[in-house]
Design a protein around this ligand. Structure first.
Ligand code: PEP
Ligand code: MN
Length: 339
């Protein structure tokens, strides 16, 4: 951390800041310039709040140099994390994994028909919510365990792995036999008790970025899971809330290269929630792959006009097949292939 003192800061103020930094466990290197005194604070501590220093008398500016997270930081695993999945699939290697399926599991007919078509088009993982976080308590809340059973059965029938959202700790043991990846939804990105518990699970988790979360906050949430011992994490950019109202969210494609720079964890792009509109999904899926996404998750429904959730952003199966064709062209341009 670099602390620049105000012009004319008194020696007493400088000493007080030094004492404070030493008290936090830093060793302090002082340099006195013509106008400003600059303090370089070096140490292993990451769990400090720069504002505590900023508010001390005589302080002008404070710059944090080390990231507040450790295990998710790039230098912890410079070679990058490759999350291993069944069926010889991975997230984070040369291959881009495509996950697709309805927003919610609604019925056997809906799920099986969708699964058959996404599998034929080349998806490797079937998505579908059995527990749904809905803004309104009167909206469809998901089929629960019945939905999980259908996911597993459809996954086995059409050679697809399964990803589904876990909303609370009590659902974890229930879900484990049915799913290959546990999804943490945007609304639960900072449910720290749930994150801690998922740290003890031996199954990959996909952590979606919160609706109003910074990239650093998403990385800190991943740190909770890693700190518990689960290193198999895929991050997910699913759009953030901005002042733009045309799209449901603003898909932050730049989060993909930013995460790759800051962390070793792979990142997935979700253009469905990222845009909220069917006609914007394919362009943003392509943009995410071009930007280096390690996976894509797309909502597809056999009959989106009748969907119980997120119909407007769900692709028709034919549109999904066309999207896959274009992703197979784009991926090699950035040194990848579609899994
Ligand atoms: C979903 O995947 O259907 C979902 C609810 O996503 P998010 O948590 O990103 O809103
Ligand atoms: Mn959805």
């Amino acid at each position: 951390m670099i602390v620049t003192m105000q012009e004319g800061a008194s020696e007493e103020q400088v000493q007080k800041v030094i004492e404070h930094l030493v008290g936090l466990g830093f060793s302090v290197h002082r340099s006195t310039g013509e106008r400003h005194t600059v303090l370089g604070a070096v140490g292993a501590r990451t769990d400090f709040d720069v504002r505590d220093i900023e508010v001390l008398d005589g302080v002008h500016l404070v710059h944090r140099i080390s990231a507040p997270y450790k295990l998710v930081a790039k230098h912890f695993r410079p070679q990058g994390t490759v999350v291993k999945l069944p069926n010889d699939l991975t997230v984070g290697g040369d291959k881009v994994l495509v996950m697709a399926g309805p927003c919610s599991v609604e019925s056997r007919e809906q799920l099986f028909s969708t699964a058959e078509q996404i599998s034929a088009a080349g998806a490797r993982v079937l998505r579908g919510g059995a527990f749904k976080p809905r803004s309104s308590p009167y909206s469809f809340q998901g089929m629960g365990e019945e939905g999980l059973k259908l996911l597993k059965e459809a996954g086995e029938k059409y050679h697809l792995l399964v990803i589904s959202e876990v909303m609370e700790i009590s659902q974890i043991p229930l879900m484990l036999p049915y799913v290959d990846i546990l999804q943490i939804g945007a609304r639960n990105m900072q449910n720290f008790n749930l994150l801690r518990e998922l740290g003890h699970v031996r199954k990959p988790v996909m952590l979606k970025r919160g609706i109003a979360a910074t990239i650093e906050e998403m990385l800190l949430s991943a740190e909770y899971v890693m700190a518990g011992g689960n290193y198999d994490i895929v991050l997910c950019e699913r759009g953030i809330r901005t002042f733009e109202t045309y799209t449901r969210n603003t898909m932050d494609i730049s989060a993909i290269p930013v995460v790759h720079k800051l962390s070793h964890l792979p990142i997935c792009g979700d253009p469905s929630h990222g845009t909220g509109r069917r006609d914007k999904v394919a362009p943003m899926a392509r943009a995410a792959v071009a930007a280096g996404a390690d996976a894509i998750i797309v909502e597809v429904h056999s009959n989106p006009d009748k969907a119980l959730s997120d119909g407007a952003q769900s692709l028709y199966p034919k549109q999904f097949a066309e999207l896959m064709d274009t992703l197979r062209i784009i991926a090699p341009a950035v040194g990848r292939t579609i899994a």
